[in-house]
Design a protein around this ligand. Structure first.
Ligand SMILES: Cc1cc2nc3c(=O)[nH]c(=O)nc-3n(C[C@H](O)[C@H](O)[C@H](O)COP(=O)(O)O)c2cc1C
Length: 195
């Protein structure tokens, strides 16, 4: 089974990427395949509601989204990590969210995938929970199954993330909760002999 991590920060090797790496390392340790989508490296244009995907057509925009959609569709679990920008996700991540609408309009292709969220801010109470809510809303609107960190809402940290011991714990706990869910689903599938 495969877990993909999306890093919503436009900054390479920053706090968000560090935390996402910790989450993916936890999944890897449990035997999951992992992949990363770094928005610091991706070119993603905005959805301008041309309506093509409602008619079953592929998105006409030529950027990195076709690759991203392919990876998301292939994933069993999706971990989304974002810095807090003015109390919410980054514009880069919101652009990605909007561009996933073909997956919803063309058969709810993210339905029942497992998801969790990670957020890091410069202030202790800088809007991390609201940022997680925005990610969770995207997941729910796709019909995904959302998990937290087994106590609260997910991975929440404050910059510098390397020094936030408690925040890092919530990140790893969220990844482990996601893996628990995937393992349970897999066990049920093999018990019933398939889908
Ligand atoms: C445009 C902008 C807006 C920000 N808004 C917030 C905010 O509302 N709350 C907060 O706690 N931190 C805020 N920050 C700080 C970032 O969340 C923080 O630096 C984070 O660690 C950046 O993640 P990165 O290192 O992965 O890029 C903001 C930073 C920028 C550049």
């Amino acid at each position: 089974m495969m877990v993909v991590g999306i890093c919503g920060s436009p900054r390479k090797t920053g706090n968000t990427e560090f935390l996402l790496n910790e989450a993916l390392a936890a999944a890897k340790e449990r035997g999951f395949e992992t992949e990363r989508l770094l928005l610091s490296e991706a070119k993603i244009d905005f959805c301008n509601d041309c309506g093509g995907c409602s008619k079953g057509k592929a998105c006409p925009k030529e950027d990195d989204m076709s690759h991203i959609l392919e990876v998301l569709e292939r994933a069993d679990g999706i971990i989304v990590a974002s810095p807090v920008y003015f109390g919410s996700v980054t514009a880069q991540l919101k652009a990605l969210f909007d561009r996933t609408i073909p997956l919803r309009r063309q058969g709810f292709r993210l339905k029942d995938k497992a998801g969790c969220a990670i957020s890091v801010g410069g202030s202790r109470n800088g809007g991390q929970e609201k940022t997680l809510e925005t990610v969770h809303a995207w997941m729910h609107i796709h019909g995904m199954i959302v998990v937290g960190d087994d106590a609260h809402f997910g991975g929440i940290a404050v910059r510098p993330a390397t020094e936030d011991r408690i925040g890092r714990k919530t990140v790893v706990a969220s990844a482990n909760k996601l893996c628990d869910l995937l393992e349970r689903t897999e066990k049920k599938k093999s018990c019933w002999g398939g889908d």
